[in-house]
Design a protein around this ligand. Structure first.
Ligand code: HEM
Ligand code: HEM
Length: 156
């Protein structure tokens, strides 16, 4: 397939995914904070619980989580598209594999939402475990991703 894009557009497309993913890394740390506040609210009682409920952490966590899910899937697919446009192939390496792995994991963990809302403890435990693996993989992606950016800059 021959995509008629100018060389400068092709070059600048390379920076969309890294920028988006750094923003999403910060957003996922915020999501983790909100999730831990949800847990704190559920375990609190009395006055403290009343105060924490006012923070609407469950609603905010679900909203931020949904945005994170949508942008992470889109960002990963877009990165593969840009890699293909620029190189005519994908590079099957740690960044691609960990990226696809964490994309599947976050979809899986989001799909537990209706079960958590019904109060299923197994779903909560799985959600938390899976998401902390996602956060770990995200930190790894940030490191390997910066390596790829440096390679692109040095080839320019
Ligand atoms: C970095 C990613 C995420 C982390 C670290 C995280 C963490 C957590 C934690 C700690 C809880 C509290 C569980 C409890 O009550 O004990 C929670 C609950 C929940 N999470 Fe996440 N989460 C993440 C992403 C997501 C995503 C992507 C979605 C869905 C789109 C989501 C939806 C929910 C829902 C619906 C609950 C239950 C809230 C409630 O009890 O009303 N989370 N999460
Ligand atoms: C956090 C910082 C990240 C940086 C700086 C980064 C950087 C990059 C760069 C420069 C590329 C080459 C393609 C392009 O130029 O657009 C790339 C490819 C890719 N990235 Fe990332 N990335 C990061 C995070 C992620 C995350 C979180 C995921 C998955 C959710 C991901 C999935 C991918 C995939 C699937 C590719 C295509 C790999 C290939 O075929 O070689 N990246 N990344």
């Amino acid at each position: 397939m021959n995509l008629e894009l100018s060389p400068s557009v092709k070059y600048w497309l390379n920076f969309v995914h890294p920028t988006l993913m750094w923003a999403l890394l910060l957003l996922s740390i915020y999501a983790a904070y909100l999730g831990l506040q949800v847990q704190r609210t559920r375990n609190a009682d009395g006055e403290e619980k009343k105060e924490l409920i006012k923070g609407r952490f469950n609603v905010r966590h679900h909203q931020i989580g949904s945005i994170l899910l949508a942008l992470m899937v889109t960002g990963a697919v877009a990165a593969m598209a840009v890699t293909y446009i620029n190189n005519g192939k994908l590079f099957v390496g740690p960044h691609l594999l960990a990226g696809l792995g964490m994309t599947c994991l976050i979809a899986f963990s989001a799909s537990l939402s209706p079960f958590m809302q019904k109060g299923a403890n197994w779903a909560r435990v799985t959600h938390i475990l899976v998401n902390f693996v996602v956060l770990g993989l995200f930190a790894w992606q940030a490191l390997t991703g910066v390596g790829i950016v440096q390679k692109i800059l040095s080839q320019a």
